[in-house]
Every structure is written in structure tokens, then in C-alpha cells.
Design a protein around this ligand. Structure first.
Ligand code: G6Q
Length: 545
């Protein structure tokens, strides 16, 4: 099935050609109610999507497209545990991990909530032991440092959440994340830590990931510099689906927290992969995060499409990607603690929807997932915003604005928020030649000097953005925000008729490095590669110390 042939898609093609020059500025001038027509809420989270190149008719047509591809049905299929990850034959149930209603969710005749709740209890118990000092290091000291060793989905989400919830961190406990197999990552993390008070969480769904296992082995070697083999049990725990590999690594399965194949890596922060979060901010706050995710799940599952935040955001993305030809999408949080949010979103979106094959296995001829990027405002304003304002590409932006800071320093927060709002306003309005002329004249320019500078100071405007207003970055709000984007990505995957839940491109990377690794050893005959790779292998061999 290709969406290109759906009548609702065709209708959008025609609508686009009528509307491609629509001026948002004019639309705001014409309709004083525009902001109310194009805003919606989920709990305390507000989405203002009025600064988009849309009319009411556009939204109606996009919603008709969503209906035509059965979005409501797909939502139910996901929540109810159907194996919608068709290439791996798996259910997709990150929503069950935060199913605070505890209503049964059946997979292969079993209610997965029993296992979910059992692992949550195990996590709670373990966190209590570590926090209370019942769980001590090998020399009888309390644990002061948690080191999560994992990569991709077993790193980015938990690392992002720990950063964002730093104000909730438990006193006397620090958390560190080691992901890169580059020894710099592990070494620089361990150099200030003490074996007696460090707890390693080895997080790997498959427990076969080369980077993670290499880092975990080196961490164990570091640990054994002062401790004995028998002490490993007090300092290494694992999160995985693979009990056998965990045992083979030398971690007792009593110290293993289970996850399941129906939890995708990039959707796994809600599972025991979130253990470093729970250890760092406490299980109560981890559960508040789950509550927020669940609130967004209820919104997604129950709201009509027209009031449904992930659906609206997903449709707006499709509007720009498939009709305006946008290739990238910026996510810019105006909150320093969300510094890693764009990276997590990058994995979530690009790994889910970076696909060129549809669900039936046919190559597709339309655009799918965009490049996701961004950094916290206001830093981005002093870097790449130039291109968003005056470059030749259309780049939709999501501004994420938490209103209240955990660190209310004098007028910092007002300045931060003013900057975020000013950017979205400027992107929408732009600045026309007449306005620039008046401005330059007021600055004392005239004649040729004024005319020469004028075109450079014109801003085309009409550049779309969404604004998400978050009252304060609490665990619940953060949970809502992450779940919002997860569902947005799913909506787009359904429209594009792709499976958003496999990641064969990532699997390829895992295989390729293993094939080249032996070739890097001196004296070994280099296996067959293209001439560039063979030459680079030879060069590297010759340059190695
Ligand atoms: C996520 C991907 C990928 C995965 C990592 C780590 O959706 O599958 O990023 O999380 O490759 O995999 P393991 O957790 O199995 O080590």
C-alpha cells in the first residue's frame, strides 16, 4: 500500500498547490482566534501549533488522511499487544511498562502486567537497599556512584532523563553513563571513582553488543584491581532479556533485571533499562515519570484525532516532509537540563522512521523520517539559527519551553523564555523590505548604503514552528513529553506504511565491525574488502603504536 494513491493524499497534493504561498502573518491578521483554533492541551502540557502554514481546511484534510490509514485502529493494535513489529514478529508494548491502570495486556495468552509489576517491585526493592545502605560495597561502604554501561537505547534515554531530573537526584549519589567503546569514555569516567563505592549497571537488551560487553569487561578488570572475584556480585547488576549471556559474563541472575523482546531499545527507558534513573532520583520519581507517560498514552488512545497531540504533531510533520519537501526537523528545548533531549529524539525518530521499505517489503518512492537535530536554546540562536531564519531550506522547529525553572536565578528564566518566544515569532513574521528600510533609516542609514544593506536584513519569515509549553520539568511532565514524541513517530510510521519498530540499519553496524576487527591485527591476512577499506586498514596498521 502506498499513501500516494489514497484520495485523501491526492486531495492534500491539490491543497498544497493552492496554499503553498499562504502567509502565516496574513492569517494571523485575518483571524484573531487563530491561536485558539490551533492549540490543544494534554493535562498541563500545551501545544500551540498556530505558527504553521495551515488553515482549518489543511487540518481537516490531514485528519482525513489519518482516518483513511486507520490511525485509531493502529493505536488499538499497538496498545492491545498485537505483533505490529511485523519484521521481527513482536508486539510493541512500551505502553504496558507505564500502564498505571494495571488493566491486563495480553501477549500470547499471558498478561504481561504480571511480569512488568514483578520487575518494578524488584527495582523498588533494590533501590531501597542501595539508598538505605542495606546494599553495601565489598568493604562495607555505601554506594555513591552508579555507572550505567550500555549504548543506543540502553543509554540515551536513561542518560537524558537523569540529566533532566538532576534536581530530583538523591543526595550522596551520582550517576554516570559509559556508552562509547572508545576507551576514553570508560577511563575518564572511572578515574575519579572508587571501586569500593561504585555500582555498575550493565544494560543490554541482547547482551551481545560488542561495545557494551567490552566496556563491561574493562570495568570489571578495573574493579578487580582492588576487589576480589567474589565481590563482583555486590558491584555488578545487569538489565537484559538474555539470562544465559548474563550468567556467562559472570553476573548472578539474582542480580539481573528482566526486559522483554516486546520492548524496543529506543522505547526502553520505561523498563528496567530505567534502573539508573530509579537509582538516581528514587523509585517514587521513576514512577511519577511512568505516570506522565501513562497520561499521554490515555490522551493518545482516547482523544479524537482532532484533539490528539501526537496525531496533530505527526500530521504536521508529514505536511512539511511530503508536501513542502522539508528534510530536517529541529527540536530546541529552552531548558538546559534537556540538553540530551534532542539526541534521544534523534534516535527515537530516525531509527524508527529512517526506512525506505514499506511494511509489505516494497521500496517506497516518497520521503519518510526527517533528520532530527537540535540543541538547547539559547545556545542554538548563536549558532545555527541563522540558517533557520535566512537559509534556503524550510526547517520546522519545535520549541519546548518549560515555564518555571528548578534554579530560579534572578531574571534568567524570563530572559530565556523571552528568547524562545521571540524566535518563534520572528520565524513566523520575518521582516519585509519596508520594515527593514524604516529600521535602517532610524539607525541613520540613507542612500546607497541603506539600499546595499537592506536585502541582507530582510527575513523571509513564514517559517513554521510548534511551541510546547511545560509548566515545570517534573518527572510527570517529562514522561508526557517523551511519550508524546514516541506516539508522534508511530503516527507518521503508519501514514508512511513502514514498520517503525525494527532497526536493521543498526544491526548491520553490529555485524560489520566484527568482520573488520581481526584485520586490524598485524601479521593477519586482510580479508576481502573494497580497495579503499583495504588501504585504510593497511594505513591504520602502519600507524599504530
Ligand atoms: C534501539 C536499537 C539500538 C539498541 C542498541 C543497544 O532501538 O535497537 O540502539 O538499543 O544497539 O542494544 P542492546 O541493548 O541489545 O545492547
Amino acid at each position: 500500500m502506498t499513501p500516494l494513491n489514497i484520495p485523501e493524499w491526492q486531495s492534500l497534493v491539490r491543497h498544497y498547490s493552492d496554499l503553498k504561498f499562504l502567509s502565516m502573518r496574513e492569517q494571523f491578521a485575518l483571524d484573531s482566534d487563530r491561536v485558539h483554533n490551533f492549540s490543544l492541551k494534554s493535562g498541563d502540557l500545551l501545544l500551540d501549533y498556530s505558527k504553521n502554514r495551515i488553515t482549518k481546511e489543511t487540518v481537516e484534510k490531514l485528519l482525513a488522511l489519518a482516518e483513511s490509514v486507520d490511525i485509531p485502529d493502529w493505536i488499538e493494535r499497538m496498545f492491545s499487544g498485537e505483533a505490529i513489529n511485523n519484521t521481527e514478529g513482536r508486539a510493541v508494548l512500551h505502553t504496558a511498562l507505564r500502564n498505571r491502570s494495571n488493566a491486563p495486556v495480553m501477549v500470547d495468552g499471558e498478561d504481561v502486567m504480571l511480569a512488568v509489576n514483578a520487575v518494578l517491585s524488584q527495582m523498588k526493592n533494590f533501590c531501597h537497599q542501595v539508598h538505605s545502605g542495606e546494599w553495601l560495597g565489598y568493604s562495607g561502604k555505601k554506594i555513591t556512584d552508579i555507572v550505567n554501561i550500555g549504548i543506543g537505547g540502553s543509554d540515551l534515554g536513561p542518560a537524558m532523563i537523569c540529566d533532566a531530573l538532576e534536581p530530583y537526584g538523591i543526595e550522596g549519589l551520582s550517576v554516570h553513563f559509559v556508552s562509547n567503546v572508545d576507551g576514553t569514555d570508560l577511563s575518564t569516567t572511572l578515574e575519579n571513582l572508587n571501586q569500593e563505592t561504585t555500582l555498575f549497571v550493565v544494560a543490554s537488551k541482547t547482551f551481545t553488543t560488542q561495545e557494551t560487553l567490552t566496556n563491561a569487561q574493562s570495568a570489571r578488570t578495573w574493579f578487580l584491581k582492588t576487589a576480589k572475584q567474589a565481590d563482583v556480585a555486590k558491584h555488578f547488576v545487569a538489565v537484559s532479556t538474555n539470562a544465559q549471556a548474563v550468567t556467562e559474563f559472570g553476573i548472578d541472575t539474582a542480580n539481573m533485571f528482566e526486559i522483554w523482546d516486546w520492548v524496543g531499545g529506543r522505547y526502553s527507558l520505561w523498563s528496567a533499562i530505567g534502573l539508573p534513573i530509579a537509582l538516581y532520583v528514587g523509585m517514587d520519581n521513576f514512577e511519577r515519570l511512568l505516570d506522565g507517560g501513562h497520561e499521554m498514552d490515555n490522551h493518545f488512545r482516547n482523544q479524537p484525532l482532532s484533539e490528539n497531540m501526537p496525531v496533530i504533531m505527526g500530521l504536521l510533520g508529514v505536511w512539511y516532509i511530503n508536501f513542502f519537501g522539508a528534510q530536517t526537523h529541529a527540536i530546541v528545548p529552552y531548558d538546559h537540563s534537556l540538553a540530551r533531549f534532542p539526541s534521544h529524539m534523534q534516535q527515537l525518530d530516525m531509527e524508527s522512521n529512517g526506512k525506505v521499505t514499506n511494511r509489505e517489503g516494497h521500496r517506497i518512492s516518497y520521503r519518510t523520517g526527517p533528520v532530527i537535530w537540535g540543541t538547547p536554546g539559547t545556545n542554538g540562536q548563536h549558532a545555527y539559527f541563522q540558517l533557520i531564519h535566512q537559509g534556503t531550506q524550510l526547517i520546522p522547529v519545535d520549541f519546548v519551553l518549560p515555564v518555571n525553572s528548578h534554579y530560579p536565578e534572578c531574571d534568567h528564566q524570563s530572559i530565556l523564555l523571552a528568547n524562545g518566544l521571540a524566535q518563534s515569532e520572528a520565524l513566523m513574521k520575518g521582516k519585509n523590505a519596508e520594515e527593514v528600510r524604516i529600521e535602517l533609516a532610524a539607525e541613520g542609514y540613507e542612500g546607497k548604503a541603506l539600499e546595499a544593506l537592506l536585502p541582507h536584513k530582510v527575513f523571509p519569515g513564514n517559517r513554521p514552528s510548534n511551541t510546547l509549553i511545560v509548566p515545570k520539568l517534573t518527572p510527570e511532565m517529562l514522561g508526557q513529553l517523551v511519550a508524546l514524541y514516541e506516539h508522534k513517530v508511530f503516527v507518521q510510521g503508519v501514514i508512511w506504511n513502514i514498520n517503525s519498530f525494527d532497526q536493521w540499519g543498526v544491526e548491520l553496524g553490529k555485524q560489520l565491525a566484527k568482520a573488520i576487527l581481526p584485520d586490524l591485527q598485524d601479521g593477519v591476512e586482510i580479508s576481502a574488502h573494497d580497495s579503499s577499506t583495504t588501504n585504510l586498514i593497511k594505513l591504520i596498521r602502519s600507524l599504530r603504536d
